[in-house]
Design a protein around this ligand. Structure first.
Ligand code: G
Ligand code: G
Ligand code: MN
Ligand code: NA
Length: 254
């Protein structure tokens, strides 16, 4: 059976699941968000990472139904946590380039928010810099539509693409996510430290929030804290984990 057919079957049989990685406010140390990361629990192979199936899903058109499932599940789960009385946090969902190109994405998000009852401010969409810049004019229109819904928008892998500053000003985004490649070299490469500092300063001057991803050490966290980076995500705090595990972490913050 080829991968595409296996993925189709996996979707039908409910073999996908979401892991969540905490996003922490650096000042307070509290969990303020979490990134939803899809996994496939293949009964024969075990847990399969997204890098092994997202590209195939994108080529085969399966990315549509898969992303729709991810979005719905993330919203449903977040609303369920809030209904259980856990401290509210936003959930961030990655949107692939293919999905962003679909003109009805705002309609889909609207429908899913209505269906799950999640308040828009507790949903954020992550788009990579390259996805947005692929067709920047079109992106401005679509980002405006999405932003009008009241959800958050973040630029993922920031610093690896080629956003021009003039576009950055026109994109109605709330948050920049500093790419892991820069963060991981804090303490090792002065160039990457300079880039990280510059991105934080840029975010502040454009009145955007900024989050560093891939934070693995206390020294990296100190560097970010000194520069008033707002949030951090990375193994230093926690790896992506099951919904049960992250509910346990949220519970401790009540
Ligand atoms: O989850 P991991 O920890 O292995 O993530 C690897 C990559 O897969 C990341 O770049 C992430 O953005 C992407 N990814 C994870 N979940 C999703 C998803 O639901 N949709 C899309 N389009 N990409 C995802
Ligand atoms: O590309 P995107 O940022 O959406 O994907 C997040 C990816 O980064 C996931 O694969 C996640 O498992 C991984 N990740 C999260 N935190 C860390 C970290 O501290 N170190 C490393 N090496 N990877 C991380
Ligand atoms: Mn991401
Ligand atoms: Na990223």
């Amino acid at each position: 059976l080829n991968l595409e057919r296996r993925l189709r079957r996996a979707l039908r049989d409910g073999e996908f699941l979401l892991h969540y990685q905490p996003q922490v406010d650096i000042e307070s140390g509290k969990i303020v968000g979490m990134e939803a990361l899809v996994r496939w629990l293949d009964p024969e192979v075990g847990l399969v990472p997204p890098s092994a199936f997202i590209p195939v899903a994108e080529e085969s058109g399966l990315i549509g139904p898969l992303s729709e499932w991810v979005l719905r599940e993330a919203c449903r789960q977040n609303k369920a946590w809030q209904d259980e009385g856990l401290p509210p946090a936003r959930v961030s969902v990655n949107l692939s380039a293919r999905q962003f190109q679909q003109r009805d994405i705002a309609k889909l998000v609207t429908a899913i928010l209505e269906e799950t009852g999640l308040e828009p401010r507790y949903l954020e969409l992550e788009l990579t810099e390259s996805t947005i810049m692929r067709n920047a004019e079109e992106a401005v229109v679509m980002l405006n539509e999405l932003h009008a819904l009241g959800i958050g928008l973040a630029i993922d892998d920031f610093g690896t693409g080629y956003s021009s500053l003039s576009y950055l000003k026109r994109f109605p985004v709330d948050r920049l996510k500093i790419d892991r490649s820069f963060v991981s070299d804090i303490g090792a490469s002065s160039d990457d430290e300079t880039i990280t500092s510059a991105i934080i300063a840029l975010a502040h001057s454009l009145q955007l929030q900024v989050i560093a991803e891939g934070v693995e050490t206390a020294a990296q966290l100190d560097f970010l804290k000194e520069r008033a980076c707002n949030e951090m995500q990375g193994y230093f705090f926690a790896r992506p984990m099951s919904h049960e595990a992250i509910a346990g972490l949220l519970q401790r913050e009540r």
